[in-house]
Design a protein around this ligand. Structure first.
Ligand code: CA
Ligand code: CA
Ligand code: CA
Length: 195
């Protein structure tokens, strides 16, 4: 078991193995809740073996979120929520949540940076999202406070608006109390716009 853990840690935390895959930077306040409670980040293990997340870190250059020991299986999605209780109350308790410590890297509703570090401090990737990602014509992006998350289309593709777009699960809406369609992204599951 010890050998297994060391092995997976040493060989797997290289760029492209664990990737940023979905971001809820501006949750719909009327159906989901406040940003400080309801933001979340989804990561994906794109490699062919389990990866121990211990020591990995997510930062925006200010706050630091340290991932705790967790073996993320290959081809599996894990969610890092701003607040576990709020997340589970909204999405249920079946979704894989990654334990973490530190201070939540508040995701600005305009533009912000999300940097993923390996356990030895190597930058694995940087996502610099913008509220303009997903804008169609004069309509604001549905990821910018209208319920959708920002999803990565191809986990191995670039971190730019060609590869990140609002989630599109409006086709199977769960209505809110007022009967309006609600789409809160796909935390813990394959993205709705995945290739
Ligand atoms: Ca936010
Ligand atoms: Ca921030
Ligand atoms: Ca997802």
């Amino acid at each position: 078991m010890l050998f297994f853990l060391i092995f997976t840690t040493l060989v797997s935390q290289t760029p492209g193995t664990i990737v940023l895959n979905e971001v809820m930077y501006n949750p719909d306040g009327s159906t989901l809740g406040l940003d400080e409670h309801m933001e979340w980040i989804e990561i994906y293990n794109a490699s062919s073996e389990a990866v121990n997340l211990a020591g990995m870190m997510i930062s925006d250059g200010n706050n630091q979120v340290f991932l705790s020991h967790y073996l993320l299986a290959p081809d599996t999605y894990g969610v890092i929520p701003a607040n576990n209780l709020s997340f589970s109350a909204a999405y249920g308790t079946e979704i894989r949540l990654i334990p973490w410590s530190g201070e939540w890297t508040r995701l600005r509703n305009s533009t912000d940076e999300i940097i993923l570090y390996s356990e030895n401090g190597t930058v694995m990737e940087t996502l610099r999202y913008d509220q303009s990602w997903g804008v169609r014509g004069t309509e604001p992006s549905t990821a910018d406070g209208d319920g959708a998350s920002l999803e990565r289309i191809d986990p191995s593709g670039p971190n730019d608006p060609s590869n990140w777009q609002p989630s599109e699960d409006y086709a199977n809406p769960t209505p809110d109390k007022g009967g309006d369609a609600v789409c809160w992204g796909t935390p813990g599951a394959i993205n709705s716009i995945a290739d």
